[in-house]
Design a protein around this ligand. Structure first.
Ligand SMILES: Nc1nc2c(c(=O)[nH]1)N=C([C@H](O)[C@@H](O)CO)CN2
Length: 119
């Protein structure tokens, strides 16, 4: 299956980081997400019920990441991937998670993960 729903540059303000000073502030994380989804039924019926609702997925990511503190971006990416797969029935996804202010000399740093199988 080759269809994908994507979300680009979803911004979330999170308590994230390994250092003491990072526990006191919120920092910007940016998500780029690609999710495999068979879109044929939605496309044939024009019915959102058969679609992977990107608005719902976006809101879930925001609520989840804002709900608790994290140390590593690895944990955020891994947890969000697992939650999305379990809650929305997504067989494969790729998450690029950026923490743009983390290294002053770099434009951006982050992680890219893929989970599941492209069927
Ligand atoms: N691979 C990682 N390296 C680092 C992380 C991380 O989450 N994953 N985090 C930090 C600090 O929190 C940093 O962002 C503070 O500027 C350092 N390295």
């Amino acid at each position: 299956m080759i269809d994908r729903i994507f979300i680009e540059e979803l911004t979330v303000f999170a308590q994230i980081g390994v250092y003491e000073w990072e526990q006191q502030i919120k920092q910007r994380l940016i998500f780029d997400v690609e999710m495999a989804w068979d879109s044929r039924q939605a496309g044939e019926t024009d019915n959102l019920a058969f679609a992977l609702n990107y608005a719902e997925v976006s809101q879930f990511i925001i609520d989840y990441v804002e709900s608790k503190p994290f140390l590593l971006i690895e944990t955020v990416a891994n947890d969000v991937a697992k939650q999305l797969q379990d809650r929305f029935g997504i067989s494969w996804l790729r998450i690029k998670l950026s923490k743009p202010k983390a290294v002053a000399q770099a434009r951006n740093v982050g992680i890219i993960i893929e989970r599941g199988q492209l069927t």
